[in-house]
Design a protein around this ligand. Structure first.
Ligand code: PEP
Length: 254
């Protein structure tokens, strides 16, 4: 049985001060707990320590995640963050392969695969993003495009505990645009992702891996996605920047 997950990607929003206030607001909104739903917030790197302190001090029912990582352990990699720097401040998740990193920063599937291996070696759960651009969707090639990403991103991974690897399907045309995929669109691709994971890792492992939907998910539409068999939660951008709307999405998943 897969636990649902609602993860917030703050992207490059919220200064340290604002991020701490947002985390405090979320801790209040979720003070009664999150039931059986795993909740993760992924602030900008410079906010993470402050959010970790809020989680600790308020015993908040959400986990901390990074938005990016580098695969080397340490050294002359200006601007990068190593896996043990994430664990050292209490992060247990990390987004990798977000379409903004692929698009603006040239990240390849090979990079994403190395990042997943580095995170897993440090017991950090990757939230590995995939998803097609509009022209691929319009050409009707979205399933094969995403299946190809999944095969490359997971190459050589050893998944012993399927709860510790998460995939997020985020069609690029639906991110931050207000255009959502329909729940059936999400199911079509999330189902294909699970089938591919089963071919690679075996059915039992694939059945334990959470597959999230992301792309203009909001309090008023998240329940429709969650009804679908292969959609186990949401990766949320814009709607994670307000404590009440993000908490409403968590409550919709409970
Ligand atoms: C995202 O970037 O991961 C995302 C899903 O953004 P939004 O919810 O704003 O579309």
């Amino acid at each position: 049985m897969r636990k649902r997950m609602i993860a917030g990607n703050w992207k490059m929003n919220e200064t340290y001060t604002e991020g701490v206030a947002l985390a405090e607001g979320l801790a209040k909104e979720l003070a009664d707990g999150t039931g059986d739903v795993d909740v993760v917030v992924c602030p900008p790197a410079v906010d993470m320590k402050g959010v970790a302190e809020v989680i600790d001090q308020q015993n908040a029912p959400f986990a901390l995640g990074g938005q990016n990582v580098y695969w080397e352990e340490k050294g002359a990699y200006t601007g990068e963050t190593a896996p043990n720097m994430l664990t050292n401040i209490g992060a247990t998740y990390c987004i990798i392969g977000h379409s903004e990193r692929r698009g603006y920063f040239g990240e390849t599937d090979e990079d994403i695969n190395k990042k997943a291996k580095a995170l897993m070696a440090h017991d950090i759960v990757p939230i590995s993003c995939c998803g097609e651009p509009l022209e691929v969707r319009e050409a009707g090639k979205h399933v094969e495009f995403v299946v190809d990403q999944i095969k490359k991103d997971t190459e050589g991974l050893q998944i012993t505990d399927p709860s510790k690897y998460v995939v997020a399907y985020e069609p690029i045309w639906a991110i931050g645009t207000g255009k959502t995929a329909t729940a059936d669109d999400a199911q079509e691709v999330c189902g294909a992702i699970r089938k591919t994971l089963a071919e690679i890792f075996g059915q039992e492992t694939a059945d334990g891996i959470r597959v999230l939907y992301g792309g203009s998910a909001k309090p008023n539409n998240v329940a429709g996605f969650l009804e679908k068999e292969d959609v186990d939660g949401a990766l949320v951008g814009g709607a994670s920047l307000k404590a009440d709307s993000f908490a409403a999405m968590v409550k919709a998943a409970m």
